[in-house]
Design a protein around this ligand. Structure first.
Ligand code: PEP
Ligand code: MG
Length: 932
């Protein structure tokens, strides 16, 4: 085969001018111990390319190849989908080097080299982009490969895989002619293959003979021609460039775009393209392929863990078509006991693999996810990357690696994503309930925890049902990257096929979602929307329960137990290290003793916000509250408040006890009064009967309380100022509770907080009232209680006049919910209508009600801190808006030198870790600067 002639014939589309990029290197070679790149070039070479280079440098056996850089991809999109001019030359030169190392030439009719083309972004996007394997097989090279391998069946099997992949990925998807009904070329070809199997009376692809495959390949080519109106290219270079273009194109494919949105990966990163010599795991019984992890990614246990298939190509393991075998004896479970481990079948190769994985983990100092192929008794490594893991595994690995000195404690703390802690705090299925439940089917435990949901069969349905507020479980034979939106929306995922490295398992693990895969006994009839398992028939919408930690599926809704982090030694150790490193204190937002107790077990160091209005809503109290609001006279209000006083006092006693010895910040009543009133005429009627107040009178009063902008209306301290008796009652209740407990030697530290202060006079007036009342109660009870009077900082005016406000405050707490509302002018209640659109269309990257808007809201906070502490050097300042438990916002609070963050009980551990990470990162930055 004359390469030059072909090259002239098939030229990729090049840019007209390349002056500016003449010297640029777009192609990085790797092979036989020499690589142009290294592991730290991920931005340029993508994760896969950088690691292939690194493994090559480490002299680990990697099939030779080259990486086209992400800059090549960026260029492609910035220049009307054309390649830089120097690309062909660089690709040709690298290919010659690959040919030399592998000892055969691409397109050679006697002994052809075959190539794979794979994507590789900076950050792993598993299965979201395209791959084409076996490039270089043509009518002319087929015989050469048959001659070399002596295995005609293998060659035609490789050819039919190429036809299918190429037609799907290059000729249809990349050409933008994929039909919307899901009936693309791949489905047509798969049907032709199924028909062939039916005709031959066989079930497995592997049962088809080489003659069958020969006929099938011809059939495939006909279908491709009639469907896509184009011949399958019989030229190796056209195939190669078609493959490269398709990988670039897959960066903007539907799946990749949707995944990037969920994962927050910027669009302008682009993907690299890895072109690599093919090695085959499916040439016979001395060949195999597998995927493995240097530690168990589901539990974190330090045991080499993986799956393999003899005589198979890599896609067979990942696609979940055949259920794979465990790589070693240690990885066997009761379900896989009967399967042969690589350790047993090919002990020498297993030992080689074992040593390589150990080396890789030590080299990268992190758990690696590796892919390998054994071709006729020779081991090749095809990939290594930092493995995805669930929260439980992440914590265990980090702690054990630090204990064994592979990494430092600081690195261990930085390794765990604070949000991952959430998974440990998730519920599990009650074992007692499991004993009595009907088990439908078993599967592999791919994602931890328990989940309850209603069966849905498609990703679109999962998304639509979840939008309606339904809890759903997505049930599929196997998932594909097209399903990610539905997987994200579902409570859990259940698949009938696939192993622990299948798509569903990988994605769910990344998100820490409950997931069971490979539930082989599950019979899914997606067309009729029913599943059959254990002689039961269940329909769409029926409830099931998943135990993702044990891989068990049950009928109905089983009881879920709250999580038990207190008995997880790795979590406890990590949290101990976090506490040693953080500067911020962590408090909780809680209004009930039960929540306060939970928060305390999670490590809360006090209450940062107790919203007293929640106490007003309880059924038996609302009547008194309404009576108070509807009274037109002070006497009437006071009469009602007297009834509320003992109830409030009881509330505070409960909370003070739960938080004994720790500060408890109680905020006086905040919301507008009309919120407590009935909303409909029917409710008003009921109330009028109950209270003996005429309906009309009630209705008029109700209407008079109506506000156009209640969020900016008669609420917060404005209520306390106009109805001082309300705040007086609350302070009295707080102080009576505090005095009573102090007398009983319970240590209470009340901090009374005035909400929604905009002007110092508001605070001054409420502070006076609070102190007068508090002093009177102490005097009456002859008890001294140490208490503070502070304010929320949740209005821009309060921030900029903080030097005045601080004179009247013992402490501040940022109410960043209201502060965001008022700084941005976004209604807290209505912004949900446009903020998702803003994010989708890149107007805003983050929802400012979730992550602090540092440039805007953050700037006001900074002013408030600076001016406040100028007046009072040691002014205690915290935050109690929802942002207090969000890791990036916690980091910002650390930099603002706040004293504490306060968040909901289940976010306390997340905030503890986030605060430690902020402190460590700051230290590292300082050290870096010092060194410079
Ligand atoms: C806030 O505004 O941030 C706050 C904590 O108060 P609330 O959410 O109760 O208005
Ligand atoms: Mg507020």
């Amino acid at each position: 085969m004359k390469k030059e002639i072909i090259k002239k014939k098939i030229k990729p589309q090049l840019a007209k001018s390349s002056k500016a990029t003449r010297a640029k290197k777009y192609v990085y070679f790797f092979g036989k111990g020499q690589a142009d790149g290294t592991a730290d070039m991920k931005n340029l070479l993508g994760g896969k390319g950088a690691n292939l280079a690194e493994m090559t440098n480490l002299r680990i056996p990697v099939p030779a190849g080259f990486t086209i850089t992400t800059e090549g991809c960026t260029y492609y999109y910035q220049n009307k989908q054309t390649y830089p001019k120097e690309l062909t030359k660089q690709v040709d030169a690298a290919l010659v080097r690959v040919e030399k190392i592998m000892g055969r030439n691409y397109g050679d009719t006697n002994d052809p080299l075959l190539l794979s083309v794979r994507s590789g972004a900076r950050r792993s996007m598993p299965g979201m982009m395209e791959t084409v394997l076996n490039l270089g097989l043509t009518t002319k090279t087929i015989s050469g490969l048959i001659k070399r391998t002596g295995n005609e069946r293998f060659v035609y099997d490789a050819y039919r895989r190429l036809l299918m992949m190429y037609a799907d990925v290059v000729m249809e998807k990349a050409a933008g002619i994929e039909p919307t009904d899901g009936e693309g070329i791949r489905q047509k070809l798969e049907r032709a293959m199924d028909l062939m199997k039916e005709k031959k009376g066989v079930h497995q692809d592997t049962d088809l003979t080489s003659d069958d495959l020969k006929i099938l390949c011809e059939k495939f080519k006909q279908i491709i021609k009639t469907t896509l109106k184009k011949e399958f290219p019989d030229d190796p270079y056209e195939q190669l460039w078609g493959g490269i273009g398709a990988v670039f194109h897959s960066w903007v494919g539907k799946r990749a775009v949707s995944y990037r949105k969920i994962e927050g990966i910027p669009e302008d990163w682009g993907t690299a393209v890895n072109v690599q010599a093919m090695v085959f795991g499916n040439t016979g019984d001395t060949s195999a392929t597998g995927v493995a992890f240097t530690r168990n990614p589901a539990t974190g246990e330090d045991i080499f863990y993986g799956e393999w298939l003899p005589n198979a190509q890599g896609e067979d393991v990942v696609a979940g078509i055949r259920t794979p075998n465990p790589v070693n004896k240690a990885g066997k479970t009761s379900d896989t006991e009967h399967l042969s481990a690589l350790e047993e079948m090919m002990p020498d190769l297993y030992n080689q693999l074992f040593k390589i994985q150990k080396r890789l983990e030590r080299h990268y100092t992190d758990m690696q996810d590796i892919e390998f192929t054994i071709e006729e008794g020779k081991l090749w490594m095809l990939q290594t990357r930092t493995g995805k893991r669930n929260g439980q595994a992440a914590i265990r690995m980090a702690v054990e690696m630090a204990r064994s000195k592979l990494i430092s404690k600081e690195t261990a703390l930085l390794r765990v994503n604070p949000e991952q802690i959430d998974e440990l705090l998730h519920p599990s299925v009650d074992p007692e309930a499991e004993k009595r439940a009907v088990e439908l089917v078993k599967g592999l435990p791919a994602g931890p925890g328990g989940a309850i949901g209603r069966i849905v069969f498609t990703a679109d349905d999962a998304q639509a049902w979840a939008k309606q507020g339904e809890k759903v479980i997505l049930v599929r034979n196997e998932t594909s990257p097209e399903d990610v939106h539905g997987m994200h929306a579902a409570e859990a995922i259940l698949t009938a096929r696939g192993g622990m490295t299948s798509h569903a398992a990988l994605v769910a693990r990344g998100w820490g979602k409950c997931c069971i895969v490979g539930a082989n006994a599950l019979d899914i009839d997606a067309q009729n929307k029913i599943i059959r398992a254990n002689s039961k028939v269940l329909h769409e919408g029926d409830w099931i329960t998943l135990n993702g930690s044990r891989g068990r599926v049950f009928e109905g809704q089983l009881k879920l137990l709250p999580a038990d982090p207190a008995n997880n030694p790795w979590y406890l150790e990590l949290m101990k290290w976090a506490d040693q490193n953080r500067k911020l204190k962590i408090r909780t937002n809680a209004d009930r003793p039960e929540d306060s107790k939970i928060a305390r077990t999670f490590g809360a160091e006090g209450i940062g916000l107790c919203r007293t209005e929640h106490m007003f809503f309880q059924a038996e109290r609302i009547r008194s509250v309404r009576e108070m609001i509807l009274s037109d006279t002070l006497e009437g209000r006071e009469k009602a408040l007297v009834k509320l006083l003992p109830m409030q006092k009881d509330d505070f006693i409960g909370i003070f006890k739960a938080m004994e010895g720790l500060p408890v910040t109680i905020r006086l009543l905040d919301p507008p009064l009309h919120e407590f009133l009935p909303k409909t005429d029917a409710e008003l009627h009921e109330l009028s009967l109950e209270m003996g107040v005429p309906f009309e009178q009630l209705k008029t009063k109700n209407e008079s309380l109506h506000e156009f902008n209640p969020m900016l209306g008669h609420r917060g301290c404005r209520l306390g100022i106009t109805y001082p008796e309300i705040y007086e009652m609350q302070v009295q209740a707080i102080m009576e509770a505090a005095c009573e407990l102090t007398q009983k030697k319970v240590k209470v530290i009340p901090e009374i907080m005035i909400p929604l202060v905009g002007h110092v006079n508001e605070l001054e007036s409420m502070r006076r009232l609070t102190i007068q009342t508090a002093e009177a109660v102490q005097k009456k009870n002859k008890v001294k209680v140490n208490y503070l009077v502070g304010t929320m900082i949740e209005l821009p005016r309060a921030c900029v006049t903080s030097d005045e406000i601080a004179t009247q405050a013992d402490f501040y707490s940022f109410g960043t919910n209201d502060l965001t509302q008022t700084v941005y002018g976004f209604s807290r209640d209505d912004s949900g209508r446009f903020l998702p659109y803003y994010q989708e269309h890149h107007i805003l990257k983050d929802d400012p009600f979730i992550t602090i808007d540092i440039e805007g809201v953050g700037a006001f906070m900074e002013i408030a801190v600076e001016k406040g502490r100028k007046v009072k050097k040691n002014l205690k300042i915290g935050i109690c808006g929802e942002h207090g438990g969000e890791p990036r916002s916690v980091e910002f609070c650390h930099h603002l030198h706040l004293d504490y963050v306060s968040c909901s009980p289940f976010r306390v551990p997340i905030a503890r870790l986030a605060a430690a990470q902020a402190a460590i990162k700051e230290r590292m930055e300082k050290n870096k600067k010092k060194k410079k």
